[in-house]
Ligand binder design. Sequence first.
Ligand code: UDX
Length: 469
Amino acid sequence: MVDPDRKPHAVLIPMPFQGHIFPAVQLAIKLASKGFTITFVNTEATNYQISQAHHSPINHDIFSDARASGLDIRYELISDGLPTSYDRSRNDEQLWYAYLYLFSTHVEALMQKLLLTSPPVTCLIADTFFVWPSTMAKKLGLTYVSFWTEPATVFTLFYHMDLLIAHGHHACQENRKDTITYIPGVPAIEPTDLMSYLQLDIPPMPRQMLFKAMEETKGADFVLCNTAEELELETISALQREKPFYAVGPIFPVDFTRSTVAATLWTESDCSQWLDSKPAGSVLYISFGSYANVSKRDLEEIAYGILDSKANFLWAIRRDIVSTDEPEPLPKEFLEECDERGIVVPWCCQREVLSHPSIGGFLTHCGWNSVLESIWCAVPLLCFPLISDQLTNRKLVVQDWKIGTEIGGLGIVSRNEVSEKIESLMGGEIGDQARKEIKELKKALETALSPDGSSPKNFDQFIEDLIRQ
Ligand code: UDX
């Protein structure tokens, strides 16, 4: 616990995306439990979506229960620069423009107001993907803590973009086949395992955002990462030689069956009764996360592959998975034929689902939260990465940890491959091997999170270093 006379006050600002908000909420709780005052900043649009999802009033404060239990977590809302009603799922240029140029002005106006509150604001904890935190923290005389919600491997690949550029491996798409061996702390990695944003020649605004964000990160006083030493020791050690870098994850509530701060952007369907009716290990859970899109063709092949397999299945599928114009993304025949073998819902409580005994496998896009949650529940993975870090996360899952297998690895997905891989994951040799490995990795994470484990130790060390600064 921190000395009450020197109580730190951190302003914590997540990227307004589901996969970033979850860990940020948990980080806020962890810090407040250690005696911090936290001001958590959400965008008005995010809060509106959360309120809708939970049927709450529009100005709903997601931390009211946490505060009632004694934690000093304040909640502020700001504009991201676009009207609340704007459809952000389009991920279009207007959105990139807002994140690049408009959002920071709203943050700064709020920060000026917060600087007058008590206890005095001492630090700014902001998502690594923002393009302004280091500059703003310096201007306001605050410490900047960069919060990275993805693996350390992904962090370091972005951090060393200059090396990739110098070696001609940046935006090289299919042109370069030679293995990358020069990134400190990263064992040999193929160009096709880099994040999509490094493989492809991405449009100017996202590119600018990435470069600027990494430049800002270089100015961070500390980096907190949602990973554990037990998962990525070599990479973390190499990073620690460059920056005060702390592996404090997985940052989730360890009991997945207990409800926590309600910060989901979509209403959760209750699947527990259906899951209770299925035998242990018989259900394949499918989800492609909170923002990535799948092509219509791939989605159909996956759907028919699932039907051709013998597995029971629960598919959480966002209505906008293919494009915002499709009212029903799945083929009509699939929906007609899936009968009692499967259910399809728009969104569920994934942590609860994964911890249900009937779940035997997870067909996933390899979002980092999903990977961590699956390891925690010892559910082997069938990987279908779509964008960004998911490609690199797949490499960690399949090649480094051997806790799963993949579909579409050769660039094309077919229903035959899908059904065969599901069969081998749920009941075959590949699944047996992956289950064995994932149980070991789960034990490693339990060790990491135990009271004397690496993550709590690193967290305490971070707090000590922050206060001493
Ligand atoms: C993206 C990145 O790929 C990821 O690596 C990064 O850390 C966050 O942004 P996203 O699509 O949000 O990923 O996936 P993921 O990281 O897996 O996060 C999704 C979260 O939503 C998970 O915590 C998962 O439990 C939750 N979820 C998903 C639900 O609660 N219900 C669902 O139906 C689907």
